[in-house]
Design a protein around this ligand. Structure first.
Ligand SMILES: Nc1ncnc2c1ncn2[C@@H]1O[C@H](COP(=O)(O)OP(=O)(O)OP(=O)(O)O)[C@@H](O)[C@H]1O
Length: 253
């Protein structure tokens, strides 16, 4: 890959107890591009993206070896400031998980934690984040209503807005559409297209059509290994590995 990598791993290995869940993964994620991670259930896709903002730290009995380079530094060290890492490498989960608070408070929460107190500035961040997440027009008249009253698709865009509000560089998305209907899914996919102008997006998806539609690069994983990585068109139309071909043509999975 000739593009600038924002984040990359070198000899990344992860063990859950005895289970070797990531094996020698070397991958680079290009700036302002969407990279999709695909592969059958249990192959390690979520485990891999969770390494990129140290979410696996929260799991008991996990051991991680190797380097994860972000902005030139290895983040897989005890010295890493994990709070500031998670501000720069945000995450959106499979199931929308808004806080049981107002729409406004969901977005303002992160910036407040990071020290922004001025109401005018917070108002501006809330509006901009909602605009950037393509939600402003649907909620601008009810910012102080509960976020739990939004539809699933709106809640997921709210979660994206919440991530944008703290000024990330990378957005990790772990199957962000799996709980959504096709219309809400299409909105998220269109949004991802917009987001990559400003951010780097790394998305786990079970849906191969989605990977083909939204991503520039695709990594295919199998049993904890990154089997093949390259431009999405190449992975889907001319895979080099037989395993990849079998998977993308639906022969297993
Ligand atoms: N907290 C954990 N403790 C122990 N084993 C785990 C844990 N999380 C995941 N695993 C195991 O690690 C392997 C990789 O899981 P992971 O969730 O990363 O796969 P995945 O490719 O994202 O799967 P899916 O598509 O089903 O979400 C699986 O065998 C899984 O059972």
């Amino acid at each position: 890959m000739t593009e600038t990598a924002v984040i990359s791993t070198r000899n990344l290995n992860l063990y859950y107890g005895e289970h070797h869940a990531l094996q020698d993964v070397d991958i680079s994620f290009a700036r302002n591009r969407v990279t999709a991670l695909i592969g059958p259930s249990g192959c390690g896709k979520s485990t891999l993206i969770r390494c990129l903002n140290r979410m696996n730290d929260l799991v008991d009995n996990v051991r991680i070896e190797g380097e994860i380079l972000f902005e030139g530094a290895n983040i897989n060290t005890p010295q890493t400031d994990v709070v500031s890492l998670r501000k720069k490498v945000g995450m959106v989960f499979q199931k929308p998980n808004p806080f049981p608070k107002s729409i406004y408070e969901n977005i303002a929460y992160g910036p407040r934690i990071h020290g922004i107190k001025d109401k005018k500035i917070l108002d501006g961040i809330v509006e901009q984040s909602l605009r950037d997440a393509a939600l402003w027009d649907e909620v601008s008249d009810r910012l102080h209503a509960s976020a739990l009253g939004l539809s699933g698709g709106q809640q997921q865009r709210l979660c994206i807005a919440r991530t944008l509000a703290v000024g990330p560089e990378v957005i990790l998305m772990d199957e962000p559409c799996s709980a959504l209907d096709p219309i809400a899914t299409a909105k998220i996919e269109n949004l991802v297209e917009e987001l990559k102008k400003t951010y780097t997006v790394i998305m786990v998806t079970h849906n191969m059509q989605q990977a083909a539609r939204v991503s520039d690069y695709t990594g295919f994983m199998y049993l904890g290994k990154l089997i093949e990585f390259g431009e999405t068109t190449g992975i889907f139309e001319a895979p080099r590995e037989e395993l990849t071909e079998n998977y993308v043509t639906g022969r297993f999975g």
